[in-house]
Design a protein around this ligand. Structure first.
Ligand SMILES: NC(=O)c1ccc[n+]([C@@H]2O[C@H](COP(=O)([O-])OP(=O)(O)OC[C@H]3O[C@@H](n4cnc5c(N)ncnc54)[C@H](O)[C@@H]3O)[C@@H](O)[C@H]2O)c1
Length: 298
């Protein structure tokens, strides 16, 4: 089966990035904003960021125009009716995603593939509420989607081999580097990365080093492009917390429970780069540690 048109549900950091990747590969894409309100800001934001790529010589002006012409932004879910593939990228909440999958089955054709970009939730749990389970799978992109090469293709319990083959071909057409993974909480990358970020937060709480020290050590000593706090802020602390809760529910081991500091930052609405503050405060250049963390953690 050839994927001729894609529907992306959710226009947050990931949804918008995935929609951009599909359109850049020449595939007509409908991006559905999951919350009410105008889509004008989303289109103009993307136009601006593609404009910067043109200025830096990373994209031609023609490619920018072609990409934008292939993208349709809407708030109406029904607009994805003619799509061969849906990539769901809404909030990381299982009940909300399950309800969306059920609505999608009433909108798209029975042959269309339904995929989720979930970071840690069970693809099989979303499959379980569908009538045509064999066409349900995971397509886990990485942030920022236009830059990162890996896509984890998640094989749910009843995903058909044909669906996996179609998704593998599709990812390669996008210029991505897919890996097929069985449905395990956190898949490969987040199963390994989440406990790593949690351990860094615990080292901070123990007073082993400052945020800057720990980030510096992992960049300089382990060759990581970002330290664990920079990475957590980049992913979004609400997403990190959701991944933590899901992995904890699966493993029930103390080292994968949510540390006090992570819970408190999320409660305060400090979700990382997307809100301007997380472990760091991004109002200054270079970013400084968030002043909310100036006192020792109880
Ligand atoms: N941030 C990452 O690094 C990353 C990487 C890979 C996958 N993901 C996954 O992608 C998905 C989206 O994450 P994101 O980082 O784009 O988050 P985000 O906060 O940037 O976007 C969330 C999206 O969900 C929508 N939304 C909010 N409340 C909603 C509701 N009640 N019902 C339906 N939609 C709602 C928002 O409008 C927005 O479009 C999540 O499943 C996340 O786990 C995130």
């Amino acid at each position: 089966m050839e994927i001729k048109k894609v529907g992306v549900m959710g226009c947050g950091a990931m949804g918008l990035g995935v929609a951009q990747v599909c359109a850049q590969a020449g595939i007509p894409t409908v991006a559905v904003k999951a919350t009410p309100g105008s889509t004008d800001k989303i289109r103009s934001g993307l136009e601006k960021s593609l404009g910067k790529m043109v200025e830096r010589g990373k994209m031609t002006a023609e490619k920018k125009d072609e990409t934008l012409s292939l993208l349709q932004f809407t708030t109406q879910e029904e607009e994805v009716a003619g799509c061969d593939l849906i990539i769901e990228s809404i909030i990381e909440d299982l009940d909300t995603k399950k309800a969306l999958f059920q609505r999608l089955e009433g909108i798209v054709s029975p042959q269309a593939l339904l995929t989720t970009n979930t970071s840690t939730l069970s693809v099989t749990a979303m499959m379980a509420v569908c009538n045509h389970r064999d066409r349900v799978a995971g397509l886990h992109f990485f942030n920022p989607a236009p830059v990162m090469k890996l896509v984890e293709i998640i094989h749910g319990f009843e995903t058909s081999d044909d669906a996996i083959e179609t998704l593998d071909t599709f990812c390669k057409k996008l210029g991505k580097d897919p890996v097929i993974v069985q449905d395990t909480t956190g898949f490969i990358v987040n199963r390994l990365l989440t406990p790593y970020m949690l351990s860094a937060i615990r080292l901070l709480e123990m007073g082993t080093g400052t945020i800057g020290d720990i980030d510096h050590a992992m960049k300089s000593g382990a060759g990581h492009p970002m330290g664990p706090f920079e990475l957590a802020d980049y992913i979004g602390l609400d997403v990190v917390e959701a991944m933590t809760l899901n992995i904890y529910q699966d493993m029930h081991q103390p080292h994968v429970s949510s540390p006090h500091t992570l819970t408190r930052l999320v409660q305060l609405g400090y979700l990382g780069r997307k809100t301007g503050k997380g472990f760091y405060d991004y109002s200054t250049k270079p970013p400084m540690p968030n002043p909310a963390l100036r006192h020792p953690v109880a």
